[in-house]
Design a protein around this ligand. Structure first.
Ligand code: SF4
Ligand code: SF4
Length: 81
């Protein structure tokens, strides 16, 4: 039987579009120019940003429907490894 406690978020264009409503607008993304580093969005599915020396500031994930639907925790997926 397949069991997993970790939600799997699919890397789809639809999910990226939802993510852009939050990640690209948050203080963290703007301050650290996350649009200049890969991955640029959907960090909960694609892993953290390759930008360095990031601080945790003002994550918008908690308002995102993907976050809510998948019962994600903590936010700051662009920073956390
Ligand atoms: S939970 Fe955060 S990283 Fe994941 S799609 Fe939503 S805004 Fe983007
Ligand atoms: S994961 Fe959170 S802190 Fe990082 S860019 Fe997305 S909304 Fe901002």
């Amino acid at each position: 039987m397949f069991e997993s406690s970790k939600p799997v978020i699919e890397d789809t264009e639809e999910n990226r579009k939802i993510c852009r409503n939050y990640c690209t607008r948050c203080p963290n993304a703007k301050h650290h120019c996350l649009d200049k580093h890969q991955p640029t969005e959907l960090f909960c599915a694609r892993g953290p940003s390759s930008a360095t020396s990031m601080k945790m500031m003002g994550c918008f994930c908690q308002a995102c429907e993907i976050y809510i639907k998948n019962h994600l925790r903590g936010g700051f997926f662009c920073v956390r490894r």
